[in-house]
Design a binder for this molecule. Sequence first.
Ligand code: UDP
Length: 382
Amino acid sequence: MTTYLACMGTRPEIIKMAPIYRTLKAQGEDVQVLHTGQHEEVAQALYKFFDMDPDFQIQLRRQSPSLSNLTAELLQGIDGVIDKVKPDVMLVQGDTASALVGAMAGYYHDVPVAHVEAGLRTGQHEPFPEEKNRELIGRLASWHFPPTPQAADNLRREGIAAQQIFEVGNTVIDAALWVKTQMDQDGASDALPADVRRFMQDHAASRLMLVTAHRRENWGRPIQLIASAVGVLLRLHPELVVVWPLHPNPSVRADIQNAFSVLGAECRQRLCLTDPLEYPALISLLAHAHFCLTDSGGIQEEASAFKCPVLITRDSTERQELVDAGGAALVGTDPHRIVEQASALLNDPWAYRAMQVQESPFGDGHSAQRIADVLTCARSTH
Ligand code: UDP
């Protein structure tokens, strides 16, 4: 039996690691879960939902908000857990500080690192520091699991040996399809919190735009611009309703709420500002949404599994595949561009259909099994 240490700390890492955890466990492997505490507010509900109780939790003190402080605390915490578990393989996902430091700590202990969702690149400074985190993990890992041919090409261009690269799709699609199947069996509306459920019942015949904005570079003025574009869209399109789960940061929430203070009563009742949604609720809305307006990487990927067009409120994306396939458009935070593109999706059925990709470029729901197969085979020949 192989002992894996799966190191994770943020919402997207937990969601994208869960299918691998479940698959390896089902095969009888020993998978120890290390929660780094990076996203404490939403993490515990996700662990519970995926039946993936952390075996170890780091208590971050965060004496300063700096990345160096976070990195130092994580390194010390992860180091101690590796000493205890003595894993055969370290599993990290994506581009967070938890993933980079997990890979570093594994490397320092001479534990081979498997990097899930490897090879995504914008080729630019943004997203900072995630772009560089992901690249650095590429220097440390022994197994690289890029989700797409483009991501695999990026790794080959950076000199990673071909026999270490395994293009497997993205486990986010495994998770999304699994949750959707569960909800189809159990009743999807049960997943929604009471305020959103009522809102959706009151507007059952309307067209839903799901909005999220969490990226730090969009805080402040950019988020106010996004909110003002949403206000214009509500005025222009009486058939439109908007659900926007707000980021927990109080100043981000205040910016958004202020931007809507000038909205007339009729438009206001077609807008639902709510708390961050639990994962099944988010998937339930995404599966029903006419389209979404988001800066989230994970939502770009999940939307493609439900043929839901995406307007991306960024200037570049490390998930260009969906843009190339026609399922997403980069609209930045300029209200004119947002209003123009969203109005096309609402007014023009051809434009809408052209943005409904038939097949997700990010995976088919079987990525975790492919990853488990590669790792099991590598360990059995070890
Ligand atoms: N998500 C969620 N509730 C929300 C917003 C997002 O469960 O209110 C999920 C979403 O389904 C996706 C993940 O969080 O799987 C994306 O995380 P986030 O947007 O924080 O990070 P990113 O993907 O941009 O790294």
